[in-house]
Design a protein around this ligand. Structure first.
Ligand code: OGA
Ligand code: MN
Length: 147
């Protein structure tokens, strides 16, 4: 398992206000008509929690991962699957929305650094409890596309 120090739920019913925030995220992340998972993933990482490098399962998740980073900022590190020197750190400040697709979805793993390693451009990015809200689309059904 990639995630340490967490609780999680999958949630499908939201308040009107939350629903409209989620809809804005979905509208920028997914083109109209793209089948999305109806359940939104809510991940609650404790202050000492972190996520090790992984690529989301291509069996359960489609080509786009859209997240909201709440309560605490963090550093998300993308690491090339092909070379161990090719990496990029993303500063996800509290209230940041991010989208992983294309190379970032498939050719790079992603991870959320633990507090001890949480630096961006030499500056500490202090980690507190962090809640992420993650929308995903469905994998392409094999044989459902053209030809
Ligand atoms: C995951 C994941 C990222 C985040 O749950 O697979 O990578 O922003 N989460 O919490
Ligand atoms: Mn992931």
């Amino acid at each position: 398992q990639a995630i340490h120090g967490y609780r999680e739920i999958e949630k499908s019913h939201w308040s009107k206000q939350s629903e409209s925030v989620l809809q804005r995220l979905r509208d920028v992340a997914f083109p109209p008509g793209v089948p999305q998972l109806s359940m939104v993933h809510v991940l609650d990482l404790e202050k000492t929690g972190f996520i090790k490098a992984h690529v989301d399962s291509v069996k359960f998740c489609g080509d786009t991962i859209a997240g909201l980073c709440l309560l605490s900022g963090c550093v998300m590190r993308l690491l090339s699957e092909d070379s161990d020197v090719d990496q990029v750190d993303l500063l996800l400040q509290r209230h940041t929305a991010y989208i992983l697709r294309g190379e970032a979805r498939y050719r790079f793993s992603h991870q959320i650094l633990p507090d001890e390693q949480s630096f961006f451009g030499g500056e500490k990015v202090p980690r507190g409890r962090r809640i992420s809200i993650i929308c995903r689309n469905l994998p392409n059904e094999p044989g459902s596309g053209p030809d």
